[in-house]
Design a protein around this ligand. Structure first.
Ligand code: HEC
Length: 127
């Protein structure tokens, strides 16, 4: 094992994103199988990932500069509405689940449209 990787065990953004995609898949499955417990589990998991490593957070800040607050807003929106999905699942309210799920999805897509390319590019040139 590479020591540098071991030295920093906070996941990077790409890793967290893949985990979040698995959570969203769980929510999706719960919606189509009417399994509110699965929906609740997926929505809870979105808000339980460990925070970004300090290094990654600094890298994003440096890359986005004064756009960092907008990035933070998308992040907050997704987390807040994931919490609303969880609450709606506990209440077995499928319409509310769907309404909040769409807001979360839109939040994912909007953040990607605004920032993904910039971050991927900066990451690949090692800035
Ligand atoms: C605050 C901004 C932001 C939000 C909100 C966001 N993402 Fe991302 N996402 C990114 C960025 C930036 C990348 C590129 C990361 C990289 O490649 O280093 C990314 C990459 C990804 C990837 C590709 C990972 C890979 O293997 O390259 C997936 C999948 C993903 N996000 C899923 C989601 C899902 C699902 C949501 C909503 C629940 C979401 N993201 C919300 C910013 C965001």
């Amino acid at each position: 094992m590479n020591n540098q990787i071991q030295a920093n065990n906070s996941p990077d953004l790409q890793t967290i994103m893949r985990l979040i995609m698995a959570d969203v898949s769980m929510i999706n499955e719960g919606i189509y199988t009417q399994n509110f417990h699965l929906i609740e589990q997926g929505a809870t998991a979105i808000n339980q990932h460990p925070p970004l490593s300090e290094e990654t957070r600094k890298f994003i800040q440096k890359t986005l500069g004064d756009q960092m607050p907008a990035f933070g807003e998308y992040d907050k929106l997704v987390h807040n509405h994931a919490d609303s999905i969880k609450k709606a699942a506990i209440q077995h309210d499928m319409n509310k689940v769907l309404e909040q799920y769409r807001i979360v999805q839109q939040g994912c897509v909007n953040c990607h449209a605004s920032f993904r390319e910039t971050i991927v590019q900066a990451r690949s040139v090692g800035n």
